[in-house]
Design a protein around this ligand. Structure first.
Ligand code: DC
Length: 228
């Protein structure tokens, strides 16, 4: 069977990673969550005091970018890859609402995007990859054979995220999560470098009223039509 590149972009908390993971598993492809990479750089910046409440020193972060080593390590028990930042497993920490608050600011930086996009392009050289993010179909893999652009209403997305965070034991308010979803939509869509845009050849996919099974079926069929 021929191997293809699948690019899944869309707004935050549209469930991109859930569906991308399932798709990669069914096709025996590699799955790459590029949001985890931006989140890990953000965590690095927070830990070093470059970004945080009332703090912002992006120049200092840019200077230290060469010291950031990111690695995805497959966890057999969990069935997916976890993010390592300079040798430390940071998978749990990067998903916190605290990191979500600052990640869009870090993802706006041209130098950060350059570094991460370069890494992502290398990961996809062999094809057989499902990558999700914001600029995969437009910047990272403009020639991807299958591009999906996921959307859902901000309220639906905030509900999903809220539930996820509660399940993980975080104490959060729904209103704060909704605020964060809207804030990230705004920055992600209006930033200067590679803003979130639907690629011309991407399939729009609104999953506001769609269950996981239906989403998977549809996407899997899109992929099979190209592969077979
Ligand atoms: O998918 P996510 O919510 O984990 O992504 C976290 C942030 O990273 C999101 O607010 C925007 C940014 N991001 C990006 O700018 N480009 C990508 N390819 C992936 C994520």
């Amino acid at each position: 069977m021929k191997k293809i590149t699948i690019a899944i972009d869309g707004y935050s908390s549209t469930g991109k990673s859930t569906i991308a993971k399932q798709l990669a598993k069914a096709l025996d492809y590699i799955y790459v969550d590029t949001g985890a990479m931006y989140r890990a750089v953000t965590l690095f910046a927070m830990r070093n005091g470059f970004i945080g409440k009332g703090q912002e020193n992006t120049q200092a972060l840019i200077k230290l970018l060469p010291r950031i080593k990111l690695l995805f390590k497959y966890n057999k028990d969990l069935g997916f890859s976890e993010m390592y930042l300079n040798g430390e497993n940071v998978e749990k920490e990067i998903r916190s609402l605290e990191v979500s608050k600052y990640v869009s600011r870090v993802a706006e930086l041209e130098q950060v995007r350059h570094m991460l996009v370069d890494m992502q392009k290398k990961m996809g050289l062999e094809k057989g990859i499902v990558m999700d993010g914001r600029d995969i179909g437009t910047v990272v893999f403009p020639d991807a054979e299958l591009k999906i652009f996921m959307t859902a209403s901000p309220e639906k997305r905030a509900h999903r995220r809220y539930k996820e965070l509660l399940d993980k034991g975080e104490e959060v308010e729904y209103e704060d999560v909704l605020k964060n979803v809207r804030y990230r939509d705004d920055i992600d869509s209006n930033r200067e470098f590679s803003p979130l845009r639907q690629a011309k050849d991407a399939i729009p996919f609104d999953n506001s009223d769609m269950g996981l099974e239906e989403q998977f079926e549809r996407m899997y069929n899109y992929a099979l039509r190209i592969i077979e």
